[in-house]
Every structure is written in structure tokens, then in C-alpha cells.
Design a protein around this ligand. Structure first.
Ligand SMILES: CO[C@H](O)c1c[n+]2c([nH]1)[C@H](O)[C@@H](O)[C@H](O)[C@H]2CO
Length: 466
């Protein structure tokens, strides 16, 4: 791969930005198993709820699925070489539970473990640190047939799965993320059903959220037991800073409701050992089936908090009535603002302010931004490169906010751009491209985008400064 650390992409301000980060800061990129691997029926992989959801008419854009995706399953060497050529210090990926335990529990599929062995060894050989997400939404179908995350037993099955993986990879993997975004798994998957498994039951979302957190707490000690002493274990949450559109009391009230629903639902149990006071009433729901000791398990100490953030929330208070926490009115698109292809406002200060809020309100010892990025309309003309200046600007402005957050005391240790490559964007299928590398799906050709060159240049400048 030709040298792509084309620093000519960078302005002098970019070079200054690279130098603003402390020595040891980690620069990476992130993906997830179902979104990039493909190989959906190979080497003993079982079915997941996303295979089932994708196969259900009307659930995914144009009926697309992850059967092939970016064919990463067959391109390990090519893709680890690509990561190395970009100069990544770390790579965040997830383990497909159905590759390891096709039935969700019980018989281990060693061919599945062998795949991740090869991936981890390939990364280490290139000096890239693996950050392993144990669950990024691809629950084995047999467990969903028993009720999935609304069933307490799934939490225990998850902890067993985590231990199987840690036993195989724990001698080489020292950075573990138990869950990716339990909020999305619970609310999008069980509450409003726009994600797998497609259940529309808000009480089920609360119950699923509780069992996801329980699985997290059960898994932490079992991961630690099979990993090197210097290992670190954390969890990744999707979080967003909530802003008030005005000073009205009803807006302040609704900001608190939105914060409870979007952030504190998971932050408080995991980091404070209790649910937010009044939260279930704010949703008009019953408490989930909490058993004695659950909150102690859920709040077992972790080494870092992973933060996924893409945009902000801007709230305008409802004057007629107190809304349910998940029905707070957000301000409609602002004519002067920029939006990504996902309809998310581009608001770089939102990431900075979120990190500072977490630092102020929660005793987190370390933070990583485990996902940040943007979908824009990327096109490739079959030769040359992919021009994506809006993504370059998105990354530049959000990374500048990280430097400010660090300067103001945030214990931020690393940043993973979402995503290394274009991939299966869940219900949006392949219609949304987040990669710093373009995937030409008909040929599976990888084409580094302008943003990939820019990011590689920033990482090179950072390394030269330290
Ligand atoms: C509100 O955005 C969420 O934090 C979020 C955004 N994203 C995510 N979570 C997921 O972790 C990824 O699998 C998605 O591909 C990615 C892009 O949509």
C-alpha cells in the first residue's frame, strides 16, 4: 500500500491540533461484526437476531442484510494492512456471539474463535492494539426465541460467552468493552422495534436494559479472571449532551427528562449503583425486575467508560403537559445548521461538552471516545479517490473539541473514528456511508477517502510530535 500519510492534506492548524494531544493518546478506528464481516453462513456461524431482522420484509432498507457486508471475514490480511497503512494505533472490533456459540450457549464453535485469533494476531503483528467489544447487537437467534434480553437468563448466557472469548484471547487482548450501547439494544430493539429483534414494548425495553446491564456486571470479573493483570474492562454507552433551547421552566424540566432517558438510564446504575430517582414514573412504566444484589453487580468497578457520540440534543419545553421521558420535544432542524445523511446536526461542541459533563458528574477514571463520525453522500467514479470534505471538517472540528476537553480536565485517553470502512448501517442497510475508507460493494474494493488520508496525516503528525 503506497504511503498514504499524505500530510499535505493537513493545514498548519491541523498540525497544531495533532501536537495538542498528550503523549500516549490513542488513535483508532472502529467497526462491528455484523456490519463488516459477511461470511454469515460460514465455518459454523449460527444465526443472530440481525440475520432474522434483515430477512423480515420491510425492516431494512431495500431488504439488505449482512450476509456479505464488506466481506471482512475473507479479507483479514488486506484489512489489517489497510489499518497499518493508515497508521492506526488501535482497532475496535466486535466478536460475533453466533460464531462462538451458535446456540447462544453450550457447544463452542472453535472455527469462530480461530477467526478472531487470526485477527488479533494480525493486529499485534502490525503494532495495532485490539479493543474488543464483546457484544455489538448480534444476539444468537436461539436466545431470542427464549425471549432474548427481556429474560434474566440471557444475562447469564452472555457472561458465559464473555468468559469463553476471554479464555481464548485474554493472553493477547488487554482492552475489553462488554457491551456496545445497551440503550440502543434495549430501546431501539425492544422498545420501538426499529432495530432487531423488532419488539415494540416500552416495558420490555426497561427489562431488557436491566438484563443487559446485569450481563455487563456479571461478565466483568469473568473477563478479568482470564486476562493479563494490566488489562482494562469498560463499557460503551451512546450518550449526548442535552441543551435547552430557551430559559423557560418547562424547557429546563424537559432537559432533565431527556437527560434521564438518553444518558442517566445507564450511567446511573453502572457508575452510581442506582437508577435515577423517579425515572420509571417519568416513563410511565413499572420498575424492571430488579433482584437483590443486581445493582451491586451492575455497578462493579470498571476501568474506563467508552463514549459513542455523534450529535447533540436540543430541547424545547412542552407547555401543555409534562411529557414522558422518552417523548420530550426536540427542536426541529435549524436552517443555519449542518446535518449529516442520518439527519443528525453537526455540533462539535456537543462532544466536548458531553465529556466535560461526564468528568464533572461521574467519577470516571478514564474515558475513550469509542465512536464518532458522520455519514455523508460519498461517491467514487471508479478511479482516483473519494472526495469527502464534509467528513474531513466533521473530524477536524470534533477532534479539536477533544483537545479542549482534555485541556479542561477530561481524562480522555483515546479516540476511535466511526468507521474504518463503509458498512451495513443497520435498518439503513448500505445506504449510509460512515467510513474513512470507501467500500465499492460490487467489487469489494477498498478506496481510502480524503478523510482517511487526512486522519492518517493527523496521526503521523501526532507521532512525529512525540
Ligand atoms: C446516535 O448514534 C449512536 O450513538 C450510534 C451511531 N452508531 C452506533 N451508535 C452503532 O454503535 C454503530 O454500529 C452504528 O453504525 C453507528 C452509526 O450509526
Amino acid at each position: 500500500m503506497q504511503d498514504i500519510h499524505n500530510m499535505s492534506q493537513l493545514t498548519s492548524a491541523d498540525l497544531e491540533l495533532a501536537r495538542a494531544f498528550p503523549e500516549g493518546f490513542l488513535w483508532g478506528a472502529a467497526t462491528a461484526s455484523y456490519q463488516i464481516e459477511g461470511g454469515a453462513f460460514e465455518d459454523g456461524r449460527g444465526s443472530s437476531i440481525w440475520d432474522d431482522f434483515s430477512a423480515t420484509p420491510g425492516k431494512v432498507f431495500q431488504g439488505e442484510n449482512g450476509n456479505v457486508a464488506a466481506d471482512h471475514y475473507h479479507r483479514l490480511a488486506e484489512d489489517t494492512e489497510l489499518m497499518s497503512s493508515l497508521g492506526l494505533g488501535a482497532y475496535r472490533f466486535s466478536i460475533a456471539w453466533p460464531r462462538i456459540l451458535p446456540e447462544g450457549r453450550g457447544a463452542i464453535n472453535n472455527a469462530g474463535l480461530d477467526f478472531y485469533d487470526r485477527l488479533v494476531d494480525g493486529l499485534l503483528a502490525k503494532g495495532i492494539t485490539p479493543y474488543v467489544t464483546l457484544y455489538h447487537w448480534d444476539l444468537p437467534s436461539p436466545l431470542q426465541q427464549e425471549g432474548g434480553w427481556v429474560k434474566r437468563e440471557t444475562a447469564f448466557a452472555y457472561a458465559d460467552f464473555a468468559e469463553v472469548v476471554a479464555k481464548r484471547l485474554g493472553d493477547r487482548v488487554t482492552n475489553w468493552i462488554t457491551l456496545n450501547e445497551p440503550w440502543c439494544s434495549a430501546y431501539l430493539g425492544y422498545g420501538i422495534g426499529i432495530h432487531a429483534p423488532g419488539v415494540q414494548d416500552r416495558q420490555a425495553a426497561l427489562d431488557a436494559g436491566h438484563h443487559l446491564m446485569l450481563g455487563h456486571g456479571l461478565a466483568v470479573p469473568r473477563i478479568r479472571a482470564h486476562s493479563a493483570p494490566n488489562s482494562q474492562v469498560g463499557i460503551t454507552l451512546n450518550l449526548a449532551h442535552v441543551y435547552a433551547n430557551d430559559e423557560r421552566p418547562e424547557t429546563q424540566r424537559d432537559v432533565a427528562l431527556a437527560d434521564a432517558f438518553s444518558n442517566r438510564w445507564f450511567l446511573d446504575p453502572i457508575l452510581r449503583g442506582h437508577y435515577t430517582e423517579g425515572f420509571f414514573e417519568q416513563l410511565g412504566l413499572n420498575a424492571p425486575p430488579v433482584q437483590d444484589g443486581d445493582l451491586a453487580t451492575i455497578s462493579t468497578p470498571i476501568d474506563f467508560l467508552g463514549v459513542n457520540n455523534y450529535t447533540r440534543l436540543l430541547v424545547k419545553g412542552n407547555t401543555e403537559r409534562i411529557p414522558l421521558a422518552d417523548q420530550v420535544s426536540l427542536v426541529a432542524p435549524i436552517p443555519s445548521a449542518c446535518y449529516t445523511e442520518m439527519g443528525w446536526e453537526v455540533y462539535p461542541n456537543g462532544l466536548r461538552d458531553l465529556l466535560l459533563r461526564l468528568t464533572k458528574d461521574y467519577a470516571v477514571s478514564k474515558l475513550y471516545v469509542t465512536e464518532n463520525g458522520a455519514a455523508f453522500k460519498d461517491a467514487w467514479n471508479g478511479n482516483g479517490h473519494v472526495s469527502d470534505p464534509r467528513r474531513v471538517d466533521y473530524l477536524r472540528t470534533h477532534i479539536a473539541g477533544l483537545a479542549e476537553a482534555i485541556q479542561q480536565g477530561a481524562p480522555l485517553r483515546g479516540y476511535f473514528v466511526w468507521s474504518l470502512m463503509d458498512n451495513f448501517e443497520w435498518a439503513e442497510g448500505y445506504s449510509k456511508r460512515f467510513g474513512i475508507v470507501y467500500i465499492d460493494y460490487p467489487t469489494q474494493k477498498r478506496v481510502v477517502k480524503e478523510s482517511g488520508y487526512w486522519y492518517a496525516g493527523l496521526l503521523k503528525a501526532f507521532n512525529q510530535a512525540h
